[in-house]
Ligand binder design. Structure first.
Ligand SMILES: *Cc1c(COP(=O)(O)O)cnc(C)c1O
Length: 421
């Protein structure tokens, strides 16, 4: 469920008309709903009942500090993949004790930063990383809390580019190697071997691969305990899909939690989850204005939003619902919907049935709260799209538009070009 709906003919986010935001802030702009973010967190967290779980929001899905602060106040932790994301999570008020640091390419600087910050867990993806981290922790006189990321050789996810759990993917180590690395870490006075971690992909619409991966995790934890090596936690990653309107609904958080309950029945171990898309996707829309129509047998709607603002259709062939901000009247017809960028990849959708549109109309791309603004760029010297957070009947700009004048402040001519020819 989300909080975007028509009220008296106007498409609203909670109690605010999106058209009002578009007029005040300009388009394109992202708009997020506080109530939806909170509800998604609550639904996910409460699905596990009284079980002690850490729900660490995957910051890469939406790293705006207002979004992170909204979730941190609900008690969410943060799953991060760079020093920048750790800094954002801390700034938003997530305690270090709830921050997980993941990723295959963590640098020595980033690991040092994470150990000093006192994060909850560093998910180690290789032997080389483990050795480096042990050395860093020794140098700092600290004990770094770690989990070993397992590649369970289970493929899943809505698109090849977001599937991470197959044996040949770049993530994690084999189950056998994970056991060896965990035992190695358990022996190191500067490492606290607390768990194993897994994350097999994103936009997963089927519980079977997740269940298969989680069974591998349980058996590995049992094996360690059987060998007398204590293990306290399992980090089960993110990946639960969301409905993008044209697809069958993914399993609900309740069904997901019930499956987790089945897999870990009678097994006492702390669990962490790293949902990103499930929390943020349907909590955000991208609002855009129709610049003009090109007459063709199938008309082309040219928007002021482009692939630099929302790249998912271009790189994942992703589907986003499109809603006119004025309650539609008239029969639907087929359109292609494109942005102004100079490449054919800047096409949001082809042959989409939509209500009649004309120049000046406002539309919203649905399900754009995750992997939307975070992937935006300034390609074609366009402004970086602003972000707005709604709460009830009010809204505020939480990232202002970064226009070309400001972008140019980062650039200088080299000395040999700075004087007139
Ligand atoms: C991307 C990612 C997530 C979040 O995935 P969603 O599909 O958005 O839930 C969680 N954990 C890790 C390690 C990731 O890379």
């Amino acid at each position: 469920m989300n909080h975007f709906e028509y009220r008296g003919g106007a498409f609203c986010c909670e109690g605010v008309k999106l058209a009002e935001i578009a007029e005040a802030v300009g388009t394109p702009c992202y708009v997020y709903s506080t109530a939806t973010l909170e509800r998604h967190y609550d639904v996910f967290r409460s699905a596990f009942g009284t079980r002690d779980v850490l729900v660490a929001f995957a910051v890469k899905a939406n790293s705006n500090i207002a979004v992170l602060a909204t979730l941190a106040r609900k008690g969410a932790g943060a799953d991060t993949v760079s020093q920048g994301e750790i800094e954002r999570a801390l700034m938003a008020g997530a305690p270090a004790s709830k921050i997980i640091f993941s990723g295959v390419g963590k640098t020595a600087e980033e690991l040092t930063f994470a150990v000093k910050a006192g994060v909850h867990q560093i998910n180690v993806e290789s032997r080389a990383e483990l050795e480096l981290l042990a050395e860093i922790a020794r140098g700092l006189g600290k004990k770094a809390p770690i989990a070993i990321r397992v590649n369970p050789d289970v493929g899943a996810g809505g698109h090849e580019k977001i599937s991470t759990g197959k044996g040949d993917a770049k993530f994690g180590v084999s189950p056998e190697q994970a056991l060896a690395l965990f035992a190695r870490a358990a022996d190191d006075p500067h490492l606290h071997a607390q768990g194993l971690a897994v994350h097999i992909g994103s936009q997963i619409r089927d519980l079977a691969p997740l269940e298969a991966a989680f069974r591998v995790m349980r058996s590995l934890a049992e094996k360690l305990r059987g060998d007398g090596i204590p293990i306290e936690r399992l980090d089960l990653g993110g990946g639960l899909g969301v409905p993008y309107f044209n697809e069958p609904d993914p399993p609900s958080p309740a069904e997901y939690a019930a499956m987790v309950g089945r897999v870990f029945d009678g097994f006492d171990i702390g669990l962490s989850f790293e949902p990103g898309r499930m929390i943020a996707a349907n909590a955000g829309v991208l609002v855009s204005r129709v610049v003009r129509l090109q007459e063709r047998p199938r008309p082309i709607v040219v928007l002021d939003a482009a692939m630099n603002d929302l790249i998912r259709p271009a790189i994942y062939d992703a589907y986003h619902g499109i809603k006119p901000l004025n309650q539609p009247k008239g029969a639907e017809q087929a359109y292609d919907v494109v942005g102004p960028i100079c490449e054919t990849g800047d096409t949001f959708t082809r042959n989409r049935m939509l209500p009649p549109l004309e120049a000046g109309d406002l539309v919203a791309f649905m399900t754009a709260g995750a992997y939307g603004a975070v992937m935006a760029s300034t390609y074609n010297a366009r402004a970086l799209v602003p972000e707005v957070l709604v709460s009830g009947d009010t809204y505020e700009i939480v990232r202002r538009r970064w226009d070309v004048a400001e972008q140019l402040k980062l650039e200088t001519l080299p000395s040999w070009l700075a004087t007139k020819a």
